[in-house]
Write a protein that binds this ligand. Structure first.
Ligand code: ZN
Length: 191
């Protein structure tokens, strides 16, 4: 089932999400629905708060990046499909690098964001198995972006005050639903 994606301005995107237990009701179905929702919106990551659930869960699939805009990205992300449950970023290291990020909750806006190039993350998969893994480059960036969502952080938070001021009316328009989007969304201030 395709779920509506919560738009910028909804308080759920600002909450620090809570850990879940493995008897969370219909977890498997929820994960399936999140994948369907993400693919329909042509995203490479989706965090639970973006469908209105303040829980520590996000999914990624880098494959769509391989065929699209990724001329600027020569990493092969076709095998980067994962589910992160109750993740903790243990460390981030490496030089910061910039990339024009977008977000399914903030359609139509892409901005250059600097992030560190490597991270180590501990998480549980859908079978309750614990993993500790290190990721670099675009994989690390996708994880950092999604992890931010479960911490209540959005990529626009990293922009300079001037840049944010320039984007202010655009962001207001998103909150009010005054935009055209090709996937179902829920706008907090739509009249
Ligand atoms: Zn996002």
């Amino acid at each position: 089932m395709i779920l509506p994606i919560v738009a910028y301005g909804d308080p759920v995107l600002r909450k620090k999400a809570s850990p879940i237990s493995f008897d969370y009701p219909n977890l498997g179905q929820l994960i399936n629905d999140m994948y369907e929702t993400m693919y329909n919106a042509k995203g490479v990551g989706l965090a639970a708060p973006q469908i209105g659930l303040s829980i520590r869960l996000f999914i990624v699939d880098g494959a769509p990046m391989n065929d699209s805009e990724s001329k600027e990205n020569d990493e092969d992300l076709s095998d980067f499909k994962k589910i992160f449950i109750n993740p903790t970023i243990l460390s981030e290291e490496g030089e910061k690098w910039g990339f024009a990020e977008g977000c399914l909750s903030i359609p139509g806006i892409r901005e250059n964001i600097n992030r560190q190039s490597q991270l180590t993350i501990r998480y549980f998969d859908e079978n309750g198995q614990e993993h500790t893994e290190t990721y670099k480059g675009m994989r690390a960036r996708i994880i950092q972006h999604e992890y931010d969502h479960i911490e209540g952080v959005l990529f626009t938070d990293y922009l300079s005050p001037l840049k944010r001021q320039i984007l202010f009316s655009k962001l207001q328009r998103i909150t009010k639903g005054g935009i055209q989007v090709e996937y179902p969304m829920r706008f907090p201030k739509k009249k």
